[in-house]
Design a binder for this molecule. Structure first.
Ligand code: DC
Length: 231
């Protein structure tokens, strides 16, 4: 029997990793795990419960017990907490602003990392594989994944993409309005995870000059090469 096809993808915001990881999972017929959604859902839960985000231990305690339901089906990605569908709410500005405090909390990270390992194993067992994406999947959560990719793009390309996503345009004003969110958040996140340079054995895919379809093909090529070379 061959081992499950575990694929780890890391990258900064705007690198395209969520869209690419989901599409790669669909194309390969395996599960998909958005680990950023777990940090976002925890931030949403803390805001909803009135838990002080600066209270490190209270947030870590919440991480160990929050009632998260995360689908790992790449065709239907949904996130619920305590029965409330938060799929959209966790992308809103208030959660996006709050999530940095949660993701840089060093008492929270090991709790969510362990939950992510469990979810990856369960999903892989059920579907024959899993594509997990985040900031520390190639290095901490699943350094033993069969395929490990760091997706990058120039700051300019990342700002352009996020700006179009958030404001429907990439004109100068929209890009400026996006800059703080992307650059500040990545800087804060970099203090706890190494996702700006590929670790040993991690394949770098630069999507600056690639559109979505080309980025998906580029990652599928890495998967094909990595699995071929195992034979
Ligand atoms: O990828 P995203 O924007 O949905 O991630 C939300 C936040 O969680 C962001 O601040 C980065 C952080 N994150 C993390 O620290 N580790 C991960 N594995 C995934 C996301």
């Amino acid at each position: 029997m061959t081992a499950p096809l575990t694929i780890a993808i890391d990258g900064p915001s705007g690198s395209g990793k969520s869209s690419v990881a989901r599409a790669v999972a669909q194309r390969l017929g395996v599960g998909y795990l958005d680990t950023g959604a777990m940090y976002r859902a925890l931030a949403w839960w803390c805001l909803a419960q009135g838990i002080d985000l600066e209270d490190r231990l209270a947030v870590a305690e919440a991480a160990a017990g929050y009632p998260l339901e995360l689908s790992t089906d790449p065709e239907h990605v949904t996130v619920s907490v305590g029965g409330t569908d938060v799929t959209r709410a966790i992308r809103e500005a208030d959660v996006t602003a709050a999530v940095t405090a949660v993701a840089t909390n060093r008492d929270v990270r090991p709790v969510l990392q362990e939950a992510q390992r469990r979810l990856m194993a369960q999903t892989a067992e059920r579907t024959g594989g899993v594509v997990a994406e985040g900031r520390d999947i190639t290095t901490v959560v699943a350094p033993d994944a069969r395929v490990r990719v760091l997706l990058t793009a120039s700051e300019e390309a990342r700002l352009r993409r996020r700006s179009t996503e958030l404001h429907g345009s990439a004109d100068a004003a929209a890009v400026e309005a996006t800059r703080d969110q992307v650059v500040r958040r990545d800087r804060a996140d970099s203090t706890v995870s190494a996702f700006t340079e590929a670790a040993e054995g991690v394949v770098l895919v630069d999507t600056s000059d690639l559109d979505l379809d080309e980025s998906i093909e580029a990652v599928l090529d890495v998967v094909a090469t990595a699995t071929e070379s195992e034979r």
